[in-house]
Design a protein around this ligand. Sequence first.
Ligand SMILES: Cc1ncc(COP(=O)(O)OP(=O)(O)O)c(N)n1
Ligand SMILES: Cc1ncsc1CCOP(=O)(O)O
Ligand SMILES: [Mg+2]
Length: 339
Amino acid sequence: MVSINIFRIIDANLNRACEGIRVVEDVARFIYCNREMASHLRGVRHSIRKSTDHLKGNLLISRDSIKDVGRVISRSNTLDKKESIDKIINANFKRAQEALRTVEEMLKLTDYNLSKEIEGERFKIYTLEKEYNRMKRSIPRGLYGITGEKFAGGRNNIECVREMIAGGIEVIQYREKEKPLREKIEEIKEIRKICRENNVFFIVNDHIDIALLVEADGVHVGQKDMHISDVRRLVGEDMIIGLSTHSPEQAKQAVLDGADYIGVGPIFPTTTKDTPSVGLEYLEFATKNIDIPFVAIGGIKLHNIGEISVRDPYSICLVSEIVGAEDIKATVERIKAAI
Ligand SMILES: Cc1ncc(COP(=O)(O)OP(=O)(O)O)c(N)n1
Ligand SMILES: Cc1ncsc1CCOP(=O)(O)O
Ligand SMILES: [Mg+2]
């Protein structure tokens, strides 16, 4: 009786684990279109089934789902209602991990080596969960705009953002060095709202606290700002962290430190920021060697954007060329057509 019930527990939890993995696998495949992640998850699912295949007979004999008291409990409560795809992913990773832990414990009574194998699969799921979070945290490709009121010919940041969005920009970063903090916060709140309404990705430069306050999609920091690992501790697992880099060494370090994307530049000389330009070689390095999204930035104009886009960066950022344009919307449209 006891041993049959042990197999019943193992059977239910193997199914639970594989179902949980299947859910995240399908989201990786059909929503994030990430074939690699889907295939790793599938690999773990198959390896669990394969290593427990010889138990099939015992598992089937023990199965008795009609008598399972859990079915009634599950049908009659709404605890598993979910509001977002992220919550579904999170719950299904946990479900798979907990189920494998139960299988592992039960197998300690009957097959210690197999229990250790299942433990290995559980650890793989923990690693994949971390990678999954990283995969989710990626900025949209395309044109990345940054505010810059001093170039905007009397227009304020909010007007500029509205125009950039009308032109079809994919990402907006709020960067403002000169205003009092209180004024910046009001502006950021408004821009956050506009970006959300228009489904445009929103990043706050420098201010981790304000990024958290307005629930921005991301925060951007520089080489001399707070270290990425500390920023991550503050912002949690969902917010994107971008880091400026100016050399291959900084780019490689940024990846190791867990940046979600990097700024690569200034490629050409610029008066918007007081940093020496690094040239196109660094952009070429990034294209060939950097696996996380990266944004080419610095001195990019309509007349030289071809030199950038042929090197195939993930995204391109122009500041003064966009906010300084007489017609911001039309300029964004022309840049998008050019890239
Ligand atoms: C996309 C992007 N890349 C680089 C920067 C520059 O950031 P940082 O080095 O922190 O300098 P400031 O912008 O704060 O002057 C950026 N903001 N965005
Ligand atoms: C913020 C920043 N970081 C590197 S270059 C730069 C400014 C780029 O501005 P512009 O597009 O006007 O040269
Ligand atoms: Mg900064």
